[in-house]
Design a protein around this ligand. Sequence first.
Ligand code: ZN
Length: 154
Amino acid sequence: MSDLRDLYQEVILDHNKRPRNFGGLEDANRRAEGHNPLCGDRLTLHVKVEADRVVDVAFEGSGCAISKASASMMTDSVKGRTVGEIDALFHGFHDMVTSAPGTAVDPRLGKLAVFAGVAEYPMRVKCASLAWHTLEAALHHPDSVVTTEDETEK
Ligand code: ZN
């Protein structure tokens, strides 16, 4: 368990310092914003979907190290996957961070398994899940989000 905790720290620090897929995405066709008021994490996801598959994804925003590292690793993990595969990953991730510490992790999560450590810190679960909830919104409710944003944006 302490090995996993070390790995967790290491991965979070690394992705926080050098977030992958950070920035805008010119040809994105889906977008969603996420906000975790408990911690002050905010992020915007830009997603390019083609034939039910996420071909590219990028994020912008600011927040704590865990929210940023989670967004960074999520974008890495979902690129090239179908919406159905991403839904399965989302559910696996959600189960992992909300189940009792030490519960066996779904092997399909791959390197996302380092976030199993978050289950020990209930306050951090929302930080780690924010990017995933925002992605689900971008994939399943894109029109409402995009329309609202377009109308209110100055
Ligand atoms: Zn946070």
